[in-house]
Design a protein around this ligand. Structure first.
Ligand SMILES: [Zn+2]
Length: 83
């Protein structure tokens, strides 16, 4: 997870988000509680290891930089073959 990542509130779409809690140390199962400063909505996000097979590369405009993206829905990407 990088600082440049934009996380938006699923409730109101605001990007004024704070990560209020994180377990921080379980590298393959990072869970964060997030809070929206606009509507006070709270929810959780998780960072999981996924299989190499579900990752593709996509060119981002306007920088032309390639970034890794999921090629399948996230619930399919997280399986027993995850690294
Ligand atoms: Zn919100």
């Amino acid at each position: 997870m990088h600082a440049s990542e934009v996380v938006k509130c699923p409730q109101c779409g605001s990007d004024e988000i704070r990560a209020t809690y994180t377990n921080g140390h379980d590298a393959d199962r990072v869970v964060r509680q997030r809070r929206c400063l606009a509507c006070q909505h709270r929810w959780y996000t998780a960072e999981l290891a996924v299989s190499l097979a579900v990752v593709g590369w996509e060119r981002k405009e306007p920088s032309g930089k390639s970034v890794p993206v999921l090629r399948v829905p996230v619930d399919l990407a997280v399986g027993s073959d995850a690294v």
